[in-house]
Design a protein around this ligand. Structure first.
Ligand SMILES: [Zn+2]
Length: 305
């Protein structure tokens, strides 16, 4: 398998190995990072004291104890790190590797760099991709298009639908088909009324006119073989070719059932290509904010006072 060349990311988005070693030097430092972000200064609601109390680290455990009664809280509960036997520092390192290139890294690369098994590397990446899922609305003008991805070991093709802001962000979803009944609800969810939309002449997009959203729709006729002014779908075409090149080069071919998680990864990076803040930090922060709702602590915190 050939590793794609590393395309460089802008300086302000970079998070170097040196920075990583300074901020995440040890298991303890990683745990403290999670603790600080979830409960700054160790101040957390204690279920037993029924009050906010300062908590301090329990030596040798991934727990912090209430200063008043000694009750333990677990900062990793509900996070992607929960119940993992892989060192926390390896997790953060994997997040750093996954956010350090434009095109992504392979599980093989993670395996080599961290010493975890291939299977473990693959599972960790899957978890990190869960964090990368964006639920956003877009603003016009936009281009929308469907694309077809080859599925591994079968002749079947997966249908993907995408909407891209010109010069902006993107959403991409695996869909069962490109029928109006599938596509139009996504358009309704993602776009505000009266959006300027550019598409090709696929019959599905005829429906944009009678959606009741007063969208403005311009059709690009590819068969005429030219692009006139604003009426083009170059942006969305560019996004598909980026994703297709990436999947071919880095992941070889993706099992159909995992395509959405790969799309999440590409979308996450694409949507932040102009955000001048390290992607590593954005994602590291998400590990502590997108806490699984089944976590006991998360439930407590969600309760209104
Ligand atoms: Zn207490």
């Amino acid at each position: 398998m050939v590793m794609r060349s590393y395309q460089t990311v802008p300086k302000q988005q970079k998070y170097t190995a040196k920075q990583f070693d300074m901020e995440f030097p040890s298991e303890d430092a990683c745990l403290e990072y999670v603790m600080q972000r979830r409960w700054p200064n160790g101040l957390a609601l204690c279920v037993r004291c029924k009050a906010e109390r300062k908590h301090y680290r329990v030596t040798g455990r991934t727990a912090y104890a209430c200063m008043g009664c000694g009750n333990h809280i677990f900062p990793l509960a509900g996070t992607i790190f929960h119940k993992s036997s892989t060192p926390l520092r390896t997790w953060f390192y994997v997040i750093r590797l996954m956010t350090s290139t434009r095109v992504g890294v392979s599980a093989k690369h993670i395996q080599r760099e961290t010493g975890v098994t291939y299977k473990c590397a693959w599972r960790m990446m899957k978890q990190v991709r869960l964090l990368m899922a964006d639920r956003i609305g877009l603003q016009g003008p936009v281009e929308m298009d469907e694309a077809y991805f080859d599925a591994r070991k079968t002749d079947a093709k997966a249908t993907v639908f995408g909407i891209v802001e010109r010069g902006g962000r993107v959403i991409a979803r695996v869909v069962p088909d490109a029928k109006q009944s599938t596509i139009l609800p996504i358009v309704g969810e993602v776009l505000p009324p009266k959006t300027m939309i550019y598409t090709d002449d696929h019959a599905t997009y005829d429906g944009l006119r009678w959606m009741g959203q007063s969208h403005k729709h311009a059709v690009v006729n590819h068969s005429k073989g030219y692009v006139d002014g604003y009426a083009h779908t170059n942006t969305v075409d560019g996004f598909w070719s980026l994703v297709k090149r990436g999947i071919k080069g880095v992941y070889y071919q993706v099992g159909m059932e995992y395509l959405q998680s790969y799309l999440n990864e590409y979308t996450f990076r694409y949507n932040r290509r102009k955000v001048m803040y390290p992607m590593f930090r954005l994602l590291a922060e998400r590990t502590t904010t997108q806490v699984c709702p089944c976590a006991r602590e998360a439930k407590l915190l969600a309760k209104p006072e």
